[in-house]
Design a binder for this molecule. Sequence first.
Ligand SMILES: NC(=O)c1ccc[n+]([C@@H]2O[C@H](COP(=O)([O-])OP(=O)(O)OC[C@H]3O[C@@H](n4cnc5c(N)ncnc54)[C@H](OP(=O)(O)O)[C@@H]3O)[C@@H](O)[C@H]2O)c1
Length: 262
Amino acid sequence: MTSNTRPLAIVTGASSGIGYELAKICAENGYDLAIAADNPEINQAAQDFRSLGVGVEAVEADLATTEGVDKLYAATGGRPVDALLANAGHGLGHAFLDQDFNEICHVIDTNITGTLYLIQRVGTQMRAQGQGRILITGSIAGYMPGTFQAVYNGTKALLNSFSWALRNELKDTGVTVTCLMPGATETAFFARAGMLDTKVGQAEKDDPAEVARTGFDAMMAGEGDVVSGWKNKLHTAMATVTPASMLAEQHRKKAEPRSGTQ
Ligand SMILES: NC(=O)c1ccc[n+]([C@@H]2O[C@H](COP(=O)([O-])OP(=O)(O)OC[C@H]3O[C@@H](n4cnc5c(N)ncnc54)[C@H](OP(=O)(O)O)[C@@H]3O)[C@@H](O)[C@H]2O)c1
């Protein structure tokens, strides 16, 4: 990386959706960027961010693998990382028994293993330098059993929980950890998860730029977590007092294949 005068942010999953918007906001706030996704579109995103006047290293890598995470980390060239926005992730619709097990593993390896490995690598450096901001994209999905998206919701429950634990471990170190918990957001997520024929896949969704703004502001303020949007805040508040069996049934209604109208 060339510039050493600006702070540096790593943003994963920056080729589209919430991650693209997070990286854009970082660039608008003067961060150089190391960004990653698993397709060549990350290079177009890098061009967009460079036009905002910051330095950008774009890495094409599968962040479900430790090799992919190492490749991204190496792209920082040993420069101190000021902010880590661990956002890359994907879902997987349909009934658990009908899913391809390799795809199940890819959800777990991306959302959990790769994310935690990157956080450990960067977090170690941040703790040593006595400062840093970590934003983890969890989800309100972590509050409810995800009937017809069972593994994905479980991965997000882990991230929501992990984020608070890591935050506590790092108190007094100068490193803050924040969890962004979006609700259904208008991105490539539902197409990629094979959920376009579901009720939630066809419903009106939140704007990824607004969701990213909420997350970025919470990270900069050093907050513990933030749910984007008042409807989602209401959902999560209700979820904490609703029996799990009822939540699982509610999730069936919106995520069951062909539950949509089109
Ligand atoms: N959209 C929603 O309703 C919603 C709600 C709550 C939370 N979230 C979370 O928000 C985050 C961003 O998702 P999004 O909604 O913005 O969806 P998106 O538009 O599909 O963006 C996902 C990003 O993550 C990258 N990614 C996924 N798996 C990867 C892998 N193994 N290696 C490298 N990059 C990978 C994608 O790049 P490639 O295409 O190259 O893989 C893409 O850049 C995810 O963690 C998701 O779980 C989304």
